[in-house]
Design a protein around this ligand. Structure first.
Ligand code: NDP
Length: 242
């Protein structure tokens, strides 16, 4: 079992799905975990369910991200692990894409991730150590009809990881991404049973993924077991892209 005792971790978008599973996995490995969500009560309730603490944070607000990240680092004396997980997905065919969808998707997935990585780097640079994981997607790596905006946002997220890894490596900070396939969470709950069956059928492992399976990959990447891994985009997709 990965040992993260003594580590302080922050997980954005931790109220459900992959974020909540990640918070649980980090707590189980011994880390002190703070998770965030847009609604304070929801964040605190989710946090209590996994032995973490919860804070309100909308990642589209750069100032709020900076304040929360600095606050966590100050309260615990350091910040070792940040998982920039908060994200949204809304489908639209090219001809149907509205400006509002572009704005919300890019401000949450791209700017939100960027704000989080930037604030994390600032907090970690002082100690010259730390590990950051961002949530990309197979859609960002390979594209998907009806998901052009989401795909663009997730391609950007993968390149935030690669670029930040290049910039921060000499300061002892590793930055990686995970690129999940189709994982059964609220995000994919709107998929029809046919679409789920089709995706499972195309997956060599013959099924969709579970949030815990992505969380396990994240826990590995943030741990010392991944000490020579940075700038990578790790597929957690059951082989769907093969
Ligand atoms: P969910 O929809 O289950 O959870 C999304 C989380 O993000 C919630 O905790 C939500 O919190 C939070 N969130 C959304 N917008 C904001 C915001 N503006 N500020 C702060 N928090 C926000 O999604 P998943 O767990 O499925 O996905 C997690 C990440 O993984 C996302 O980045 C997603 O794109 C990515 N991913 C998921 C895949 C999947 O198949 N599920 C596949 C590939 C990538 P709240 O609503 O409480 O504020």
């Amino acid at each position: 079992m990965t040992d993260l005792s003594g580590r302080v971790a922050l997980v954005t978008g931790g109220t459900r799905g992959i974020g909540l599973a990640t918070a649980r996995a980090l707590v189980e490995a011994g880390a002190t975990v703070v998770l965030t969500g847009r609604d304070e009560a929801r964040a605190k309730e989710a946090a209590a369910s996994v032995g973490a603490s919860g804070l309100a944070l909308d990642v589209t607000d750069a100032k709020a991200v900076s304040t929360v990240v600095r606050g966590v680092a100050k309260e615990h004396g350091k910040l070792d692990i940040v998982v920039a997980n908060a994200g949204i997905m809304e489908d639209a065919l090219l001809g149907m894409i509205k400006e509002e969808l572009v704005d919300t998707t890019l401000s949450t997935n791209v700017a939100g991730t960027l704000h989080t990585v930037q604030a994390a780097a600032r907090a970690m640079l002082r100690k010259k150590t730390g590990s950051i994981v961002v949530l990309a997607s197979i859609v960002g790596e390979h594209g998907s009809a009806g998901q052009t905006v989401y795909a663009a946002s997730k391609a950007a997220v993968a390149n935030i990881a690669r670029s930040a890894a290049k910039e921060l490596g000499r300061s002892g900070i590793r930055v990686n991404a995970v690129a999940p396939g189709v994982i059964e969470t609220d995000l994919t709950a709107g998929l029809s049973e046919d679409a789920k069956a089709e995706n499972a059928g195309k997956t060599p492992l013959g099924r969709l993924g579970r949030a815990e399976e992505v969380a396990n990959a994240i826990r590995f990447l943030v741990s010392d077991e991944a000490s020579f891994i940075t700038g990578q985009v790790l597929g957690v997709d059951g082989g769907l892209v093969l």
